[in-house]
Design a protein around this ligand. Sequence first.
Ligand SMILES: [Zn+2]
Length: 179
Amino acid sequence: MDSSNRWPSTFDVRPGRPLPEADVSRRQSKRATPIASSSEVRRRMQAVRRVGTDCELMLRTVLRRRRLSFATDWPIPGTRRRADLVFRKARVAVFIDGCFWHACPRHASWPKQNASWWRQKILGNVARDRDTDRYLRRIGWKVVRVWEHTSPNAAAARIVRHLSAVANAPSNHRAAHPR
Ligand SMILES: [Zn+2]
């Protein structure tokens, strides 16, 4: 799926470093992980996937309880990437990053089997996350990244703080980034 990695020409991609394959951390495409052959790795991936999904669903519930409306799995304009939750009016994008797939400083773990493949895969995800952050900021969005280990209430509180910061920002912000 080469087209999934196409970016606008203004996008900063370091030469000699191709963007990684489809984002298995979000899309969970089975064919993107052909090397997950050992049962240990497979078990780990399944556990991680379940926790990540639960975390996102719980966060959505908490946010809805606070009467906040947002879009989910939102295609980022001009890219083939997606944001987990977005508040379009406030231009705040939220990503729930899996501890394994995005190398959380507390819980990152590096499979021993096919170690270099995994390392490249995970570091590729991290590099792409930073690319995505820069891209969104450049087009006038705020980015909030939440680790999957964060409690839904703490994550919601952080998001609400960002939303109120945007709401209280001087109105010339909007003129700079017309919708
Ligand atoms: Zn973590």
